[in-house]
Unconditional design. Structure first.
Length: 225
């Protein structure tokens, strides 16, 4: 077990170092997110819609689109150098690669969400009074992990293909249940309402647990492509 966790840690920090070296890719993702937030929030402000009610949807639409950009880079360097097979031989257990890549993607998405949320809050001019902070943090953390887990597994499935056009086609149908749940959790957190929140919390937890455990069974076959 110690060796398993150590291998995850090594690949995880290696991927984060590579991400820091190519910081322009992350910055372009942030710029894309800010522009998307600005355009959508500005468009809704021209209507009579209460901006506090559209903030959760705009937040998660932005994170969802950003997640596609993030996870597509997961195996890009290994694919370019034809190093996937060598890396898998060195690690032994293929699920190590999944958890390391998923954790790296999770970190990127979480940082992205932490940057985008205050920007969106300013653009939408939403009051912080009465916000359920714990529920908001839960939504951001577990929503980001669900995105990272599903995206990483699907990226591994499509990495052997000539292009990655299938990735968004596969991602979004699987992520619709998570999208609905985290939007509802975020909405209830902003309203400061706890009634009905527990059911959505359980749903997100079960969804994340499912896609955290499935790779232990499936990832051995996924990269066989």
């Amino acid at each position: 077990m110690n060796g398993y966790l150590r291998n995850i840690k090594v690949v995880y920090f290696r991927d984060l170092k590579q991400e820091l070296r190519g910081l322009d890719e992350f910055l372009s993702m942030v710029v894309f997110g800010v522009m998307l937030v600005f355009i959508t929030s500005f468009a809704f402000q021209l209507t009579d819609v209460d901006t506090s009610r559209i903030l959760p949807a705009v937040l998660w639409v932005t994170i969802f689109f950003a997640s596609e950009l993030a996870v597509q880079r997961s195996f890009a360097r290994e694919k370019e150098r034809n190093a996937i097979d060598a890396l898998l031989m060195a690690l032994g257990d293929k699920s190590v690669l999944f958890y390391a890549k998923a954790l790296a993607n999770f970190t990127i998405l979480l940082v992205f969400g932490v940057i985008i949320l205050p920007v969106l809050w300013i653009f939408c001019d939403v009051s912080l009074r009465g916000v359920n902070l714990w529920l908001l943090v839960f939504s951001l953390v577990w929503g980001s992990w669900g995105l990272a887990a599903v995206g990483t597994m699907l990226t591994a499935m499509t990495v052997q293909l000539p292009n990655s056009r299938l990735l968004p086609i596969l991602m979004f149908p699987l992520l619709i249940p998570l999208f609905i749940a985290v939007v509802r959790c975020t909405d209830l957190a902003i309203l400061g309402v706890t009634e009905g929140a527990l059911g959505w919390v359980y749903f997100v937890s079960v969804y994340d647990l499912l896609f955290s455990l499935l790779p232990l069974i499936l990832f051995e076959f996924v990269l066989e492509g």
